[in-house]
Design a protein around this ligand. Structure first.
Ligand code: ADP
Length: 604
């Protein structure tokens, strides 16, 4: 076989097989002194590395041997006496031949040589692989570097954004903080102003209440006393007119003050157990006589399934009912007036109670039925002339019902009658709940109490502390008429001076007075009572077995006034204008407590 023939057969392979060429190069680098020839299995020589280390016969022999050896290194001596070595490279399907000039020994036969060659081949392969790996590695490194760069850029970008957001957040927080601070300050300011305004309003209401009630006290009280005297018919009529006008005025004053209080949000609703039947009976009792006088049938109907005790504001409920029944009486000339109370629902201790006040009176035209709940509004312009009134009663009812969480409405047919009804959600109280003391009559019903009076048999020693001369005189007359011994002081200082010299069973202490007010005077008295040294100097406090009874007289019927009376050490209080019956009841109670005698029953 000639070299040309080999070339022809393996042309394609050799030109195409880059891998083989690369391997050959590696081998040449590793074994530089060697002539290296690469033959395909059929003896084609790789042109680029071709050399002629030995004769064609030697090569042929070697090829045959290496083929037979299946890849193990073999050696053959050529004709020129040169050795050539062969190695079958299975992986690349070729036979590698080389000769080392100057080495005529059988290199491949010696173990050392074999090892060397094997090492070279392995090394060459390894190096090639390593080279590839290195390249791959470098590529990976390059990729990693690129990724790293991208990553770093990304992180930096992120960080920048984060810082930006943070800065913005801080900035925002700062603006927000200062805005909040500004608004808080503004709110505080507004709040303080509102509180001040509200305080002034309360104070004004309290003062108005005092200023208006004080003269009313005198007008009603003295006309009442006047009516007890022997009068001719005409004088009696005048006195009665003054008294009636005074009572009407008192109702008006109470209404206006009440509405002002409600509108100022200054009303505190009671939440205490009360007996609904008792409340309704009490209201009804005020109207039985007027109904009889007008020849009206007057009916009260209370659903039997209503719980005995409920939680709520008994006095305010009473006030609403008195207003409605009062109107029904006023606007009904014939027929009936009825109070009907029913239970709408009862679930989980919560009762929905329906109150209705029905009459067969003049009725209300449909277009006025809504407006009458507004203040100062009457069904028609002639009402005032014909029936009197101010148009405040229903406005107060409406507001109170709303405050209690209910609603009020009217159904009416002109000329046939009206039915006012309201519902209230009222919590059911346990049957053993402690019921509040009997309601204190006030407002529209006050007048009715004037008739019930009680007198005291024996001498109760009373100290009246009151600065207003008219009130002083009125109270003095009432107290003396009860057979009590009376001393009068114009303020707290005078009261203490009286107590130094005289003994009393009861002090009636006005709250608002010049020099030393009633609260301060009471605190001083209690302090003196507590110290045996100081007590010795006061005849009125020295030998007492129990603390001196002090009843406050206050024009302010507000909750806080009540609290300050008790807080100062008073035993109770009476609101002004003094209602004769109530003052007499206090005197009677005190007389009984002092074992001075029992109330004699209604006064003449
Ligand atoms: P006042 O009765 O003092 O005028 P109210 O607010 O109690 O004030 O009532 C407003 C108006 O509603 C009354 O003036 C009257 O015109 C009408 N009204 C109230 N209740 C009745 C009733 N039962 N029958 C007819 N009209 C009534």
């Amino acid at each position: 076989m000639t070299g040309d023939e080999f070339e022809n057969v393996f042309d394609d392979l050799l030109n195409g097989d880059e891998e083989l060429k690369a391997f050959c190069q590696v081998l040449q680098e590793q074994v530089p002194q060697a002539f290296i020839q690469l033959h395909g299995d059929n003896g084609v020589v790789l042109p680029e590395v071709a050399a002629q280390p030995c004769s064609a016969e030697g090569v042929a022999e070697l090829l045959a041997k290496t083929r037979a050896a299946g890849g193990r290194p073999v050696a053959a001596q050529g004709q020129a006496g040169e050795w050539c070595y062969g190695l079958r490279v299975d992986k690349i399907s070729a036979v590698l031949l080389f000769s080392l000039p100057g080495r005529s020994d059988n290199l491949l036969v010696e173990p050392h040589g074999r090892q060397l060659l094997q090492g070279v081949i392995d090394y060459a392969l390894l190096q090639q692989e390593q080279q590839l790996l290195k390249i791959e590695n470098e590529q990976i490194f390059r990729q990693i570097a690129v990724l790293k760069q991208k990553h770093t850029a990304l992180i930096e970008d992120n960080f920048r954004q984060y810082r930006l957001i943070q800065d913005k957040e801080k900035e925002y927080a700062r603006t927000l903080e200062s805005e909040i601070a500004r608004q808080t300050a503004e709110l505080r300011n507004t709040n303080a102003r509102l509180e001040e305004a509200s305080r002034l309003q309360s104070e004004f209401l309290a003062n108005m209440s005092h200023e208006l009630r004080t003269p009313m006290n005198a007008i009603i009280g003295f006309s009442d006393l006047l009516l007890e005297l022997k009068l001719d018919k005409e004088s009696r009529e005048y006195a009665q007119t003054i008294k009636n006008a005074g009572m009407n005025l008192l109702v008006l004053i109470n209404d206006i003050l009440d509405l002002a209080k409600i509108e100022a949000g200054r009303i505190e609703l009671e939440h205490a157990p009360f007996d609904l039947r008792e409340t309704v009976d009490n209201v009804a009792s005020l109207f039985r006589i007027p109904a009889r006088e007008k020849k009206l049938s007057f009916m009260v109907e209370i659903a039997p399934q209503l719980p005995a005790l409920l939680y709520g504001d008994n006095n305010r409920l009473r006030q609403i009912l008195i207003n409605l029944v009062g109107n029904a009486m006023k606007f009904t000339a014939a027929g009936e007036v009825a109070i009907v109370i029913g239970l709408q629902s009862l679930a989980s201790e919560q009762a929905q109670v329906v109150f209705s006040v029905r009459d067969s009176g003049i009725g209300i035209p449909p277009e006025r039925q809504q407006a009458i709940f507004d203040k100062f509004t009457q069904a028609d312009g002639s009402t005032t002339r014909k029936y009197g009134g101010t148009g405040l009663g229903l406005a107060i009812c409406h507001q109170l019902v709303q405050l209690m969480g209910g609603s009020i409405a009217v159904k009416s047919v002109e000329g046939e009658g009206s039915s006012f009804f309201f519902t209230l959600p009222l919590k059911v109280a346990r049957p053993d709940a402690v019921v509040a003391p009997r309601p204190e009559p006030e407002g529209r019903a006050e007048g009715n109490m004037q008739a019930e009076a009680a007198s005291v048999r024996s001498a109760l020693r009373v100290l009246l502390v009151e600065d207003n001369p008219v009130n002083q005189r009125l109270a003095s007359i009432i107290i003396k008429k009860q057979g009590c011994e009376l001393a009068v002081a114009g303020d707290g200082i005078e009261a203490l001076a009286q107590l130094e010299k005289h003994v009393f069973d009861l002090v009636l202490m006005d709250v608002q007075m010049p020099n030393m007010d009633g609260l301060e005077a009471t605190r001083r008295i209690r302090k003196i009572e507590a110290s045996s040294g100081a007590r010795a100097q006061y005849a009125g406090l020295r030998n007492r077995t129990k603390p001196l009874s002090i009843i406050g007289l206050t024009a302010h019927a507000r909750k806080e006034d009540e609290q300050s009376c008790y807080g100062a050490g008073m035993n109770g209080f009476l609101t002004k204008p003094i209602i004769r019956a109530r003052l007499e009841a206090v005197l009677a109670e005190e007389a009984e407590a002092c074992n001075l005698g029992r109330p004699q029953g209604p006064a003449a």
